[in-house]
Design a binder for this molecule. Structure first.
Ligand code: SF4
Length: 375
């Protein structure tokens, strides 16, 4: 149990019983904790003064004990397909991003009311995948659980203030979470799992575990650990190549955990969990888009009953990768389908708003450096 109380603690890092215990320690009854939780998770309060049914003295005490929100909005970009990208500045001046993605029949094959938030788990990333903007500035720090949970609440509060039409007839805006923003989620394991339990809890964000996807570049020990958690989450593997030689060139992590080890960990995961596993595969012209790679990818995917998401490469400033032609993309998809693998070719979303993870932060840090920031 986390009994740590200091001004530096974000209250959204705490479980329900920890909030109850914190209030007990200052001689407040349990129902005050429930009122407080409702203000945070149901009413999206972002100042203690908004919590009008709490006594003023208690609000003051809480403000000395906890941080309520530790980030402020710096930028929002909206693309033609209504994908919205947010840049937040944290208390220590660092930046994180997240992306709000509306369901799109062209993307999922059928109309639905999915509203996905792509959430960050670290500032920067240590894994240096060659196609990724997040890796370009290196790793700065892990986000704490509160900073992870806060991304959902802050975007929902923003949507309420903006009176977003997508909110109509909905209790809350976001019903699907993908940990595919900045950072490697499994490298921040403890904070990630704590955040997920709060996101999943009925008293918290109340988003079902099966609507939560963790994406990893392939940290083998943590995939095995995840297989032992009680939560039935979805797992997405950033695969991006079907042979060690190609994958090691794109993703340095492959030298530490080559494909054989990764597939073994996934077999273990599959034995313990029924949730869906997907392989994410960014198609990069001349690098990993050959029919041979497609055939080998099918051999990896089929025994694990893994779905493959093909993603045409996004253009990232500072990176020299390009998307293959549509013909090559479709050929690649057809090889997978002929081999009995469920696969989709994703339509590029948010292409005009730097939607690949880390792009907006990268641009903003460069603008700050050159004193040309635009909001
Ligand atoms: S793809 Fe993921 S693991 Fe790789 S550098 Fe980017 S954020 Fe890190």
């Amino acid at each position: 149990m986390n009994t740590f109380i200091s001004k530096t603690e974000n209250i959204k890092s705490l479980y329900q019983d920890e909030i109850v215990n914190s209030l007990k320690r200052i001689k407040e009854p349990d129902y005050r904790a429930n009122q407080l939780i409702n203000w945070i998770y149901k009413n999206y309060a972002n100042s203690w003064d908004e919590m009008t049914n709490l006594p003023i003295a208690l609000r003051k005490k809480l403000s000395e004990m906890f941080i309520l929100y530790s980030s402020k909005l710096v930028k929002v970009q909206c693309s033609d397909d209504l994908t919205r990208k947010f840049l937040w500045q944290l208390e220590d001046g660092e930046f994180v991003e997240n992306v709000l993605i509306p369901a799109n029949p062209a993307l999922y094959g059928e109309p639905d009311d999915r509203m996905t938030l792509c959430v960050s788990t670290q500032v920067g990333c240590a894994y240096k995948c060659k196609f990724c903007a997040s890796g370009l500035l290196g790793f700065k720090r892990n986000l704490n659980a509160g900073e992870i949970v806060e991304q959902i609440l802050a975007v929902e509060r923003w949507a309420i203030n903006e009176k977003l039409p997508e909110l109509e007839n909905k209790k809350r805006l976001i019903n699907n979470i993908v940990f595919m923003g900045m950072g490697e989620p499994l490298a921040n394991y403890e904070n990630l799992i704590r955040a997920i339990k709060i996101i999943n809890a009925q008293w918290g964000c109340n988003i079902g575990a099966r609507k939560i996807t963790i994406s990893t570049c392939g940290l083998v020990p943590e995939i095995r650990q995840l297989a032992t958690e009680k939560l039935q989450l979805r797992l997405a593997i950033s695969l991006h190549a079907a042979t060690n030689d190609v994958r090691s060139k794109l993703m340095p992590i492959n030298k530490k955990y080559p494909l054989e080890n990764l597939m073994e960990a996934l077999r273990f995961y599959r034995m313990n969990k029924s949730g869906m596993i997907t392989f994410e595969y960014i198609l990069i012209e001349g690098v990993n888009d050959s029919s041979e790679q497609a055939a080998k990818l099918a051999k990896l995917a089929k025994p694990l009953r893994t779905k493959v998401n093909l993603i045409p490469c996004n253009k990232v400033e500072g990176l020299d990768f390009h998307s293959p032609s549509e013909t090559v993309q479709k050929q690649f998809l057809n090889v997978l389908k002929r081999n009995g693998v469920t696969a989709t070719l994703r339509k590029e979303k948010g292409a005009n708003i730097d939607a690949a993870c880390g792009q907006l932060r990268l641009k903003t840090e460069s603008e700050i450096k050159h004193n040309t920031i635009k909001t």
